[in-house]
Write a protein that binds this ligand. Structure first.
Ligand SMILES: Nc1ncnc2c1ncn2[C@@H]1O[C@H](COP(=O)(O)OP(=O)(O)OP(=O)(O)O)[C@@H](O)[C@H]1O
Length: 353
């Protein structure tokens, strides 16, 4: 086998495989027959309302909790069937990043980062060399001899990430890693994680209630509800076409929505003089095209913009518009917009404006 094909096959083995995982607490089903996998270098986001099972999933993935049935495999090895003694080397393949950093306040930053290497039996010289390299990677080379209390929240999380990387993990698990940080610091931690993902080809699984973090960081997203996967796919797809009410609710703050005054007046059947309300989703460069002007010029349709906005998933812009057009032009407008290349356009009801 050539080096090149060996490297390619590396990417074929999923780093994570959940196979029919169930976890109960008494009568309560926290995870229900859950199956998914994560490829090498992929970033998977897991979202869901409170109590959906995110933490239980993450704990099973970290080997901190065993499923009742099913398998949790890391790099092809089944964690759920291993006795505790044999679990340790597999757990060392997983780095954990916590919301509240969990640094040891009595130890300096270098020692905090080096701690997993001490547990793994590395010499002092190896530990401190590696820890210094990692502090360089996370942008804190000058903080080695500071103590956690002397650092900002963002700097503490950088140390938390360096520590999680110390034992060269195959998988980084982030549990609400940016939830305690302000937006600017959150952005810098997201950029750091993207840099690490790219540079080290590191697989990342994150749970967060911040949809903006999923949007900027994840390749793929899983939506959990009552311990089941109710939606799954590339973030661009799931966030632009949320199928379930749960996903739509989770995304409410992220996406423009119709003003309440219009929602209250919406009805299902068109009355004379009504306007049809159209929800238009655009993906990519089309967001910069003057669609309303083109409707007027090329199709003689006067569309009124009621609400709209653009968000970005990684670098891809997603635009959402709510347009009102005379009800009699509804079908023609949908055909015209589809012809212009919008992602989706749907009529969501009628109003008398
Ligand atoms: N140790 C436990 N004992 C009993 N029930 C538990 C235990 N851990 C979790 N549960 C229950 O399992 C369900 C899933 O909990 P989990 O903490 O995984 O949800 P979550 O999605 O992480 O919620 P949150 O976003 O609020 O942290 C909840 O109904 C919870 O009450």
């Amino acid at each position: 086998m050539t080096t090149q094909s060996a490297a390619a096959s590396d990417f074929d083995v999923p780093v994570v495989e959940f196979q029919n995982v169930c976890r109960h607490f008494g009568d309560h089903i926290a995870l229900s027959n859950l199956s998914f996998s994560v490829k090498k270098a992929e970033i998977l986001g897991i979202i869901g309302h409170s109590g959906a099972g995110k933490t239980t999933l993450l704990r099973c993935l970290a080997g901190l909790e065993k499923p009742d049935t099913g398998q949790v495999k890391i790099e092809g090895k089944d964690m759920s069937s291993l006795p505790d003694k044999e679990l340790l080397p597999l757990r060392q393949r997983i780095g954990l990043v916590f919301q509240h950093f969990n640094l040891l306040s009595s130890k300096n930053i270098l020692k905090n980062v080096a701690l997993p290497l001490k547990i793994a039996g590395y010499s002092k010289e190896q530990r401190y060399k590696k820890a210094a390299d990692l502090l360089e990677l996370v942008g804190l080379p000058d903080k080695a001899y500071h103590y956690p209390a002397q650092l900002s929240g963002g700097q503490k999380q950088r140390v938390g990430i360096a520590r999680a990387l110390a034992a060269d993990p195959a998988l980084l698990l982030c549990d609400e890693a940016t939830s305690a940080l302000d937006p600017e610091t959150t952005r810098s931690i997201i950029d750091l994680l993207l840099h690490i993902n790219k540079q080290l080809k590191l697989t990342i699984v994150l749970i967060t209630h911040e949809m903006s973090v999923i949007r900027l960081l994840a390749d793929r997203v899983i939506v959990l509800q009552q311990g089941k996967i109710i939606e799954e796919g590339p973030v661009t797809h799931v966030f632009s076409h949320p199928k379930t009410e749960t996903t739509q609710q989770l995304l409410t703050e992220e996406q423009p929505s119709l003003p309440d005054s219009i929602v209250k007046k919406l009805h299902a059947d068109a009355q004379p003089n009504d306007y049809a309300i159209l929800r238009v989703v655009m993906l990519g460069d089309i967001v910069r095209r003057p669609l309303i002007a083109a409707l007027q010029k090329e199709h003689n349709i006067s569309a009124i913009l009621l609400e709209g906005g653009i968000t970005h998933i990684r670098e891809i812009p997603i635009g959402t518009l709510f347009l009102a057009v005379p009800a009699k032009h509804s079908r023609q407008t949908i055909e015209a917009l589809t012809g212009m290349g919008v992602e989706t356009v749907e009529s969501i009801g009628y109003v008398l404006l």
